[in-house]
Each structure stands twice: as structure tokens, then as C-alpha cells.
Design a protein around this ligand. Structure first.
Ligand SMILES: [Fe+2]
Ligand SMILES: [Fe+2]
Length: 249
């Protein structure tokens, strides 16, 4: 069934929402009685906890790092050569940010399509605004790829932290990829991405500082400043949308 798109700012749907128990008090009462009577229901969560415990004890870690590499481009790129564990930790975290920036670029591609088809709203983004952020996310991706290469690492490796970042971003991709979501709903997913992105850059800068990599700190700070701007822009669009929906003058 093709759903008719609702215009931005209209929060009340045309179709009856019957998800709440109050939609049918008689059946709701029966449902509560049945749940209370069902002794198998994991009310205390003990069964779920014991199953989680079992899998935690049995499972391997999420991926591994390739053998530690010596920093190849140390002379021109980094002040202090990194080897062994330090290099491995830095490479894993740079790969994490690279995975996130790649996802970010794709998320903005997806919202650009929504923008093209559905249009914007008062106080919302223009196509140029969204393209500007998309381009910066892509620039960050390219910069991180270059950084990995300069560190002597293979940028195509899926590191454990990169794997995690990919899984964490899956829900965001689902929101943006869902044809039923509006531009504002897509922007909400992007706000989640931007806040996580900003925090991720701050962690990476702190790590590079700890490792004495001043040139990398400088490079990462520029990206972090752009992420602050992204968060402010996306947050502003969403605030305008929510105020209009609630008719706050
Ligand atoms: Fe980003
Ligand atoms: Fe961003």
C-alpha cells in the first residue's frame, strides 16, 4: 500500500493509532491478566540475564587488529614514531572515525534525496546546506584514509572499533532509508550521528595528544570544529521544526 506523504509540521496522522492498551480497555484488561498468570514470563529478567551470561562467557571478541605495524611515515607525518600497542590503538581509533565519516556521508546523501522529493520547511535546511555538510563528512573520510596510510596501516581493514561504529550506525541508516520518514525525522537521526561524531573526534584528539602526535591533533581539531558547526545547524533546523509543529511563536 502506498502511503500518502504528510506535509512537514503536521504531527497528527490520518490513520487511527491503536498501539496503546487504552484503544480497547476490555482486551487490555485480559492482556494484563494473562501476563500476570503466565509464570513463564521473564518478569524478573533472570532467564534473560543467565542467557546473556552464557553467551558472554562463550563468545569471542568482535574482530582483531592486524599485526602491529611500525609507523612508516613518521619522519614527515608524526613527531614521535609509534610502534606496537600504541600504534595499534591509534590505528583502530582512526579507522573507527573513518568508518563513521563514511556512514555520515551516506546519511547526508540519503537526506538529500528526501529533501529533493519532499522539500524543506520554514527554518529548515536548503539543499546547499546539506551538500555542504555531506562534502565535509566526505573530506573527513578522505583525510582519515590518508592518515591511516601515513601511519603505515591498510585503510581497507575492518578494525574492531570500525566494526562497532558500523553496527551502531545501522539504526540511523534505517531511519534515513525508510521512505515513510519525513525530512525532520531524518534530521533527528542526523542529530544523533552528529553528537556521536563530535564526541568521537574529541576522544581521538585526546588520544593523539596522549601519544604526542601534535600534527595529527591539529588536523583532527579542524574536523572537530566542523562537527560542532554541523551539530549546531542540524539542532537549529530541528528546533525550528518542533516549534512550528507546536505553534510556538
Ligand atoms: Fe563527521
Ligand atoms: Fe558531521
Amino acid at each position: 500500500m502506498i502511503q500518502k506523504k504528510k506535509p512537514e509540521g503536521v504531527s497528527v496522522g490520518q490513520q487511527m493509532n491503536r498501539t496503546g492498551i487504552g484503544a480497547s480497555p476490555k482486551d487490555g484488561k485480559k492482556m494484563v491478566e494473562a501476563a500476570v498468570a503466565d509464570e513463564a514470563a521473564p518478569v524478573d529478567g533472570k532467564k534473560a540475564t543467565s542467557m546473556r551470561r552464557f553467551y558472554l562467557e562463550e563468545s569471542d571478541a568482535i574482530g582483531t587488529m592486524p599485526p602491529p605495524t611500525t609507523v612508516k611515515g613518521a619522519a614527515k607525518t608524526v613527531k614521535e614514531a609509534l610502534t606496537g600497542t600504541k600504534a595499534t590503538v591509534l590505528i583502530d581509533k582512526v579507522a573507527e572515525r573513518m568508518a563513521f565519516e563514511r556512514t555520515g556521508t551516506r546519511l547526508y546523501e540519503a537526506i538529500l534525496t528526501k529533501h529533493e522529493v519532499l522539500g524543506s520547511f520554514d527554518g529548515g535546511p536548503s539543499a546547499e546546506d546539506l551538500k555542504h555538510i555531506r562534502d565535509e563528512e566526505f573530506e573527513h573520510f578522505v583525510m582519515l584514509k590518508k592518515t591511516l596510510e601515513e601511519l603505515g596501516a591498510d585503510p581497507t581493514v575492518m578494525t574492531p572499533s570500525a566494526d562497532l561504529a558500523g553496527v551502531e550506525g545501522m539504526g540511523l541508516g534505517q531511519v534515513l532509508g525508510d521512505p515513510r520518514t519525513t525530512l525532520a525525522q531524518g534530521l533527528h537521526a542526523l542529530l544523533v550521528a552528529e553528537v556521536a561524531d563530535k564526541a568521537g573526534w574529541e576522544l581521538l584528539i585526546a588520544l593523539a595528544q596522549d601519544l604526542g602526535q601534535t600534527q595529527l591533533v591539529e588536523r583532527f581539531r579542524k574536523a572537530d570544529a566542523q562537527e560542532h558547526e554541523h551539530t549546531r545547524m542540524v539542532g537549529g533546523w530541528l528546533a525550528a521544526h518542533t516549534s512550528a509543529a507546536a505553534k510556538v511563536v
